[in-house]
Design a protein around this ligand. Structure first.
Ligand code: NDP
Length: 317
């Protein structure tokens, strides 16, 4: 007589960069052998798929994977997801892992120090063979403000504080961070901007933040302030930025994200002397720590505990 059928393994499907997928597979083999890890498109039986990690999820996800329990973003943001098209009950979790935080701290700190110590100007002077020292301002007289006080914004501020900068931050809800002047909500933005020398954008892309970095915002900064933009390209009104740089309202811009990406070769941003561009590399998920963080979240889910990075779909981040 046949006994009851053995329960099928829960399947975790990974649908992003396949090379990193192999690294995830190793971590799952070692740390979560009870979960069947598969790399898209080799998904096995769709009915066994309980967890999906994707940069771009497949369409009709609810029909394809009727038992899907959690959708993980393989990146920090979820703006590449069409949240409305996902089944309403499905928890969506973004990536929070130490590797990506460290990368962002490095990128923004380098950019802020570069601006603080007038390196863009010295690079221009070098091209012209000009030996001209500029006054050195101590960090505690340089005010740096970070838009977005999430996992990345707070880590960046801790590092900048450690270097002695005068720090401010802005978020949707009110935060209290030791040594940081915190502002919140639309009403707090102009107060945050009013005294900044360097503005860092680390906001998620939502309806409320799309186009936020525009002429109106630049006008609220002191003349000659600089921008470090590591959020998302569509948050920046590029023509407004170019005009602000040309008029001197803004001194310099360090951009890691653009709209569109990749930025077309003929785009004015590439050649503007006051713009430093990088191709969206400020920070990337590190496969090993990302897989470990995801396993931790799977365990939390299985134990009925809150998952780290759970997206509030009504807020869009
Ligand atoms: P979090 O979700 O942890 O934090 C987001 C922060 O932004 C929160 O403080 C939130 O406020 C604030 N915020 C959101 N909407 C608004 C709003 N309308 N007005 C004011 N504040 C707002 O995100 P992370 O820190 O982990 O990541 C931030 C962003 O960084 C990502 O969404 C992505 O766009 C970008 N990023 C860029 C990378 C790159 O390589 N360039 C790599 C990784 C991320 P509250 O605290 O009140 O909720």
């Amino acid at each position: 007589m046949n006994g009851p059928a053995a329960p099928s393994l829960a399947t975790f499907v990974y649908k992003a960069d396949p090379v990193r997928g192999q690294q995830w597979a190793e971590v799952f083999r070692k740390h979560a052998p009870d979960i069947e890890f598969r790399i898209w498109p080799d998904i096995g039986a769709p009915a066994n798929v309980r967890f999906l990690a994707a940069w771009e999820p497949p369409d009709r996800i609810g029909e394809r994977f009727p038992q899907l329990e959690v959708l993980f973003s393989s990146g920090v943001g979820v703006d590449q997801f069409d949240l409305q098209a996902l089944p309403a009950h499905l928890p969506v979790v973004r990536m929070v892992e130490p590797g990506i935080v460290q990368g962002m701290v490095e990128y923004v700190t380098r950019a802020v120090l570069d601006l603080h110590r007038d390196m863009p100007q010295y690079r221009r002077q070098q091209q012209q063979g000009v030996w001209r020292p500029l006054p050195v301002r101590p960090a505690n007289q340089r005010r740096v403000g970070v838009l977005g006080l999430g996992s990345l914004g707070q880590a960046v501020l801790r590092q900048l504080q450690g270097l002695g900068f005068a720090c401010a931050g802005w978020s949707r809800s009110r935060h209290t961070l030791a040594g940081v002047d915190c502002f919140a909500g639309p009403g707090g933005l102009s107060q945050c901007l009013a005294h900044l020398d360097i503005l860092v954008c680390l906001l998620p892309l939502t309806d409320a933040t799309r186009g936020l970095l525009n002429a109106d915002l630049f006008r609220q900064l002191p003349r000659g302030a600089s921008l470090v933009h590591t959020g998302r390209g569509p948050q920046l009104a590029t023509d407004d930025l170019l005009a602000a740089l040309d008029s001197g309202q803004l001194a310099e811009a360090v951009l890691d994200v653009t709209d569109p990406e990749p930025l077309p070769g003929a785009h004015a941003l590439w050649r503007h002397p006051k713009v430093q561009l990088t191709p969206h590399i400020a920070s990337m998920t590190q496969a090993h720590s990302a897989a470990l963080a995801t396993i931790d979240n799977v365990r939390r889910f299985q134990a009925g505990q809150p998952m780290t990075g759970r997206v509030d779909r009504s807020r869009g981040y």
